[in-house]
Design a protein around this ligand. Sequence first.
Ligand SMILES: CC(C)(COP(=O)(O)OP(=O)(O)OC[C@H]1O[C@@H](n2cnc3c(N)ncnc32)[C@H](O)[C@@H]1OP(=O)(O)O)[C@@H](O)C(=O)NCCC(=O)NCCS
Length: 190
Amino acid sequence: MTQKHVFDFKEFPALETDRLKLRDMLPSDVTALLRHFGNPEVVRFIDMQPIKTIDQANEWLRWMGGFFAARDGLRWGIILKGDDCFIGSAGLHNWNQEANYAKIGVDIAPPYWNKGYATEALSAVVQFGWDKMNLNRIEADIVKGNRASMRVLEKVGFKQEGILRQRLRKGGKYYDVYKFSLLRSDLVQS
Ligand SMILES: CC(C)(COP(=O)(O)OP(=O)(O)OC[C@H]1O[C@@H](n2cnc3c(N)ncnc32)[C@H](O)[C@@H]1OP(=O)(O)O)[C@@H](O)C(=O)NCCC(=O)NCCS
């Protein structure tokens, strides 16, 4: 089958929404990353412990840039327009170019919660997935109890499709993980 032209990783793509800029993460973001991923509220439902040092923040920066370098995903920094402030990150990872799917994720700093920023950022990221990566399916794994995250996915149109029982082990405890997905064909149906 002929593949239509897809994103080629030549240049990191900046995205823009009404209130946000989504851009590549830079070495100058490392202090903001330390504050962000050092916050227990941000990592509560993520498979990691809060980071504590600049070295760990630099590792995160490398990890996030690693998707682009490996050409299997992208992680954007989310910047609030106007005051140019880093408020979180969002990404598409594990891009499977044979089956045309990828995994989506987002995190927003607590002072900016419940203002619609995650929904706005994910909508732009999803659109990038359809338009530039030729995705057919975008999936998300959400730890049971992460109600805000589930609500964001619902607002963007995702459907819950199953439960991975005790899929996450964190702090010695097992947690169920909900699988969500959005299909390109869901767009026409909704
Ligand atoms: C999940 C997260 C990204 C949401 O960011 P946000 O910018 O606050 O999201 P939005 O403002 O776009 O939408 C939040 C929605 O969740 C709802 N919500 C918030 N807390 C909730 C709760 N405890 N129970 C039910 N709904 C909740 C809000 O009311 C809002 O829905 P509404 O617009 O219908 O009122 C943010 O809480 C976060 O970064 N959490 C930590 C990181 C994380 O868990 N990421 C997900 C892993 S992939």
